[in-house]
Design a protein around this ligand. Structure first.
Ligand SMILES: *Cc1c(COP(=O)(O)O)cnc(C)c1O
Length: 377
């Protein structure tokens, strides 16, 4: 509701009138307070340090983002996108919220929408895991499905228009809704938790890309803080990011990833190639094998994208060892494995998708126990 504008002209000062009461601002204040309360109730996430006999001179750290109230690193993004939308005046009392998602973000956003009493509609591919759909619904969110991963954007925009709602648009806003200089972002938390370690400044950070927002925050932060740490982004099969980074062509497209949460059919606006020092592309069989191997060694299941991260970390570790370098490497546990019992942890699904993880499992076990990084056989 726009208030009438009053102009004050020289020499004609009008008599005082009642100022607008801006009742809408009261909802904004309560909403921001609710989000701050959620932040206060949350502790920082653990930085795990598993030991692997074969990795001499290399310290491995895993930032465990699976322990957030909504089960993934998207809890941070969800909170940031809500703050961003409210502070920009886009999210108000009774605003319907719409998002395009492969699932994790929608789970976190449904949680925050419920916290604020707002309607939330997630647009997702049919392939989204049952557990994520159930989580969204348990927070009162509505799910709208599309056949092709590439259709989520247009359908979300259309639903937002039809409902007079707000498209949260994680793929555009992830990189800008997060305070990259600090303010307790994930990079600041990692470097703070590393302070007392043997190698406190990591040689490498390793991270996969979904929106690209987390890698953008990490890459910007290490530059801003003038650190020697380098950033390796790991991509997956059928994703546009790797080719875009290698060729500089941001228009490349791909068919869409099987590793939920990462790998995109297009180069998302939140993907910031300029802050990435190195990229590798990991086969899906290697990502899933790495998820299995790491789950066994942590005594709990982790998600597929964490497998991609861990395979990338092993590859970096192998190269450091070969070069005779010592140091630390940090990556993320993005979410837990309970969301993927019907896919990555289901032998039938693996067989139907023609994915044989055993050669990569043997390869990783040999590396972690004996330090030999040999091609899969
Ligand atoms: C979103 C997501 C990622 C990637 O994080 P971005 O910051 O979006 O690049 C990795 N794993 C999972 C499970 C995710 O949901």
């Amino acid at each position: 509701m726009q208030q009438p504008i009053m102009t004050i002209e020289a020499g004609a000062c009008p008599a005082p009138v009642p100022l607008p009461d801006c009742a809408e601002r009261e909802w904004t204040r309560i909403a921001i307070a609710r989000l701050q309360d959620d932040g206060r109730r949350s502790a920082d996430t653990h930085l795990l340090k598993p030991l692997f006999r074969g990795l001499k001179g290399i310290s491995v750290y895993l930032k465990d983002e699976s322990t957030h109230p909504t089960g993934s690193l998207k809890h941070r993004l969800g909170r940031s996108l809500f703050l961003y939308g409210i502070c920009n005046g886009k999210i108000r009392q009774n605003t319907t919220l719409v998002e395009a998602s492969s699932g994790s973000t929608a789970v976190s956003e449904a949680y925050f929408a419920q916290l604020l009493g707002l309607r939330f509609i997630a647009v997702m591919p049919h392939s989204t895991s049952r557990q994520k759909i159930e989580a969204i619904q348990s927070f009162g969110g509505e799910c709208h499905f599309v056949d092709r991963a590439n259709d989520v954007y247009d359908v979300a925009i259309r639903i937002a228009r039809e409902t007079g709602g707000h498209y949260l648009d994680q793929f555009t806003n992830a990189e800008r809704a997060t305070d990259w200089r600090g303010n307790n972002n994930i990079a600041e938390s990692i470097f703070h938790q590393m302070e007392g370690e043997e190698f406190p400044i990591p040689e490498w950070l390793v991270m996969s890309a979904g929106t690209g927002g987390t890698s953008a925050t990490l890459g910007r932060y290490i530059r801003y803080k003038n650190l020697e740490t380098r950033l390796c982004v790991v991509d997956v099969e059928n994703s546009a990011f790797y080719d875009a980074w290698r060729t500089g062509d941001l228009q490349v497209t791909a068919s869409g990833s099987r590793i939920e949460g990462i790998g995109r059919p297009r180069v998302e606006p939140s993907f910031v190639p300029g802050v990435i020092d190195h990229m590798i592309r990991v086969p899906d069989a290697a990502s899933i094998a790495a998820a299995h191997v790491l789950s066994e060694r942590l005594f709990r299941q982790i998600g597929g994208s964490t497998g991609t991260n861990f395979f990338g970390l092993c590859w970096i570790a192998a190269n450091m060892m070969k070069a005779g370098r010592q140091g630390s490497i940090v990556t993320l546990i993005c979410d837990g494995g309970h969301r993927y019992t019907e896919t990555f942890y289901n032998p039938d699904w693996l067989r139907e998708n023609g994915i044989d993880i055993d050669p990569y499992r043997r390869m990783l076990d040999r590396f972690l126990d004996h330090g030999e990084f040999l091609p899969p056989v």
